[in-house]
Design a protein around this ligand. Structure first.
Ligand code: GDG
Length: 505
């Protein structure tokens, strides 16, 4: 079995990754099952004068026996590739926020430039048996650039964020180039069935992609598989940790806790969550003094303009609600604007009667799964989950809400607090069975198995004949039956067009 090479924007020691969030945790879980090489940015920014750093790959052993190969970014690259194209174009558009996208000149060139530099550096490390797994929106062009560098290994791509509706995707000026780049992969993995449908529609609209009989998509000269692989958590370790009693979390004076944990990001629907909690206190006054909302919201991407407003907005909203409903001995919203250690998060999840996860759009939302897996099976809390989180496709036994509907979310908080223990336990069991079945190990294993199968088909589908022999065979096949000895005509422009079309069948 060959090595697995994981490529993602940000690379860190695996012990640190396991403590971080989102994509890093998923990758750390993956490397626990299978050793390999993790390639990407080391988080360092060097000044542009030192930009002749191209080949400076640092290779280091990580904890757990895997290898890290990393590069630094220059400050221009960090500005235009990372903050610019990745987080001010792709992130907002893919989360349906065209209004926040900044299509600045120069972002895309640098995005391609960094992907080219990554491809050049990585291609020197690849061995013939390696399987390459590229992660997330920062690196969409990487597969095509590796192919251009002659890499024939299986290459798969996984998108952790949602795919927007085709009409939204088409607004990106470079949508054709992105579509073309995606078709260079053997397999594109997405979080949900909805994302698969959106991507297929987009490839049809953008580059006339076509669905083949075997379910794969044909566009340009490529065929690719697109499937959903909902990302999971290490359910067993959460459940184990939750068995150890915790005293670490300060009590909230008999009040029942509602917990929210979200990176401070406009996609996470935090203002709507605060508003819904305020509405709940207004509509169900008997709960005042008896319930608190603890919101942990570590800041991210603070240098991106769209992220500065959200903090101010939340501070104003929590101040308003606390001022309106609070008492000398009761503060309704505890708003924690920094990161919390992971073990402590588990304790807080477990001691919270409700988990409130109301993103306006989210690829999956791992926090909802972590909350459920941390519950006491004998007295579990209730998750309330946005229908626009990828997780809602799987976690149908959560209370599903429309986060834009403040009234509905307020009512769901009331319903969750009133829910009988028997119902909470029955829902918990069904939710846990999904979370255990589709855990992080199953996610990685199913993606890699599908990638290997897809790449196998590609290599076997490759015609062993040279292009010129193939072209004359195609001409022969199209030539009407004629008396033996008649010379074949040169292909006309029209038949060349047919040849291109028939290549897609
Ligand atoms: C992206 C996609 C997709 C959060 N605060 C703290 C902390 N976290 C950890 C959580 C969880 C992770 O970060 C957040 O994961 P999410 O899935 O909720 O969201 P994103 O970060 O946006 O992740 C998302 C995911 O990728 C995976 O595919 O589900 O849709 O946007 O693990 O526990 N961890 C610690 N302190 C915190 O304060 N230690």
């Amino acid at each position: 079995m060959g090595r697995i090479i994981v490529v993602s924007n940000r690379v860190m020691d695996l012990r640190k990754a396991a403590q971080a969030g989102g994509v890093a945790v998923a990758i750390a879980d993956l490397f626990r099952a299978r050793k390999g090489l993790w390639f990407g940015w080391n988080g360092k920014i060097v000044d542009d004068a030192g930009a002749s750093l191209s080949p400076a790959i640092k290779v280091a052993r990580s904890s757990g026996g895997s290898t890290l190969a990393t590069l630094a970014l220059t400050s221009d690259e960090h500005r235009d590739y990372y903050l610019g194209y990745s987080n001010s174009v792709l992130w907002p558009v893919f989360h349906n926020r065209l209004d926040l996208a900044r299509f600045d000149a120069g972002f895309y060139e640098r995005y391609i430039g960094v992907n080219e530099r990554f491809a050049r550096a990585l291609s020197t490390l690849i061995q013939p048996d390696d399987i390459i797994w590229v992660h997330d929106y920062h690196l969409i062009p990487l597969g095509a650039l590796l192919r251009r560098a002659g890499v024939a290994n299986p290459i798969g791509f996984y998108l952790h964020i949602p795919v927007p509706p085709s009409q939204t995707f088409l607004a990106i000026p470079e949508h054709r180039a992105l579509a073309r780049a995606l078709t260079a992969y053997d397999l594109v993995g997405l979080q949900t069935q909805g994302d698969v449908a959106n991507l297929i529609q987009f490839l049809e609209d953008s580059v006339s992609g076509r669905i083949l009989q075997d379910g794969r998509i044909a566009a340009f000269d490529h065929r690719l598989a697109i499937e959903s692989f909902p990302v999971g958590i290490d359910a067993a370790s959460f459940a184990r940790a939750s068995l150890e009693r915790s005293s670490a979390v300060q009590s909230v004076d008999e009040a029942q806790r509602i917990i929210g944990v979200d990176r401070l990001d406009y996609s996470k629907g935090l203002p709507q969550k605060f508003q819904a909690f305020g509405r709940f206190l207004e509509k169900y006054p008997t709960y005042r003094r008896n319930v608190v909302l603890t919101q942990i919201a570590p800041p991210t991407r603070e240098s991106v303009e769209a992220y500065t407003d959200i903090r101010k907005q939340l501070e104003a909203l929590s101040g308003k609600i606390n001022g309106m409903f609070g008492e000398l001995d009761w503060v309704p919203i505890h708003y924690i604007y920094r990161s919390t250690p992971r073990d402590r998060l588990r304790d807080i999840y477990r001691s919270s009667r409700i988990g409130l996860f109301t993103p306006l759009r989210d690829g999956m939302n791992l926090v909802a799964k972590e909350y459920i897996a941390s519950q006491d099976p004998a007295d579990p809390g209730v998750p309330i989950l946005s229908r626009f989180a990828g997780a809602a496709e799987q976690l149908v036994d959560a209370l599903i809400v429309n986060p834009y509907n403040i009234e509905e979310t307020a009512d769901a908080i009331n319903a969750a607090l009133r829910m009988e223990k028997a119902e909470r336990m029955a829902r918990y069991e069904r939710l846990m069975s999904v979370i255990r079945t589709y855990d992080s190990a199953a996610w990685a294993a199913s993606f890699l198995a599908t990638l290997e199968a897809a790449a196998e088909e590609r290599t076997h589908a490759v015609d062993p004949l040279t292009p010129s022999i193939r072209a004359s065979m195609a001409r022969l096949a199209r030539t009407p039956l004629a008396p033996v000895g008649l010379k074949l005509a040169r292909p006309s422009r029209r038949s060349a067009g047919h040849r291109r079309a028939s290549h897609h069948e």
